[in-house]
Ligand binder design. Sequence first.
Ligand SMILES: *Cc1c(COP(=O)(O)O)cnc(C)c1O
Length: 253
Amino acid sequence: MKVEKAARLLQQNVGAIRKTGGNEMVKENLAQVQENIRRACERAGRDPNEVTLIAVSKTKPVPMLEEAYEAGSRDFGENKVQEIVDKHPQLPQDIRWHMIGHLQRNKVKYIIDQVCLIHSVDSLRLAKEISSQAEKKQVNADILIEVNIAGEESKFGVSAEDAAQLIEEVSVLPHIRVKGLMAIAPFVTNPEDNREYFRQIRKLAVDIDAKNIDNVTMSVLSMGMTGDYMVAIEEGATMVRVGTGIFGERNYK
Ligand SMILES: *Cc1c(COP(=O)(O)O)cnc(C)c1O
């Protein structure tokens, strides 16, 4: 039964990815992803309005983002400061930009007032810089703490054990607000393999929430990508970050 379900989920994903090239590709993929989100919510007894779909547009040209915008996308995710700085002025101003990639301290100043949420904070040093740049621009920065849930060496993020302490330290900074956790699960072909990691993230958020730290909420769980967003939603994700499933494969050349 479990295997059948996994196979079906994977099939739906592959269906979305295959539709590359041609007209209306982004629009069709987006509709498929939204339908998958709706179904995952139904399985989990959740309201689809609780789940924000972030269209991960890194490496993709502005016209593709415009197509997604016209089809209703308002949340876009990028992993490079330069790309946000380039794309931001070219697209409608009601877009909510999400910084989802590793952020260097010396680049915080370029995006601090351009993004609605920084998903990838994993050190006090970075948080301090975000708070001080936010102060200069007279804004409060909303952030997530990135957790390296599987302890993978290749990934950024604080360990699950150290997350609560980092959050306590960050919470006292004046211009920053912790809104929840972000995790990048391992790359797997069977999304079921990541279910346990998503559960652990959810549990970690519940535990941290129970500490009632001032200025900290655990309202956002940013987890799930093209390969596993449906499982992530079943396990409580409130933001899913889908790139390939919407825009097709990326070409890094
Ligand atoms: C690229 C990226 C994604 C999207 O990955 P896909 O597999 O293309 O959906 C999600 N999250 C982060 C942090 C990324 O860098």
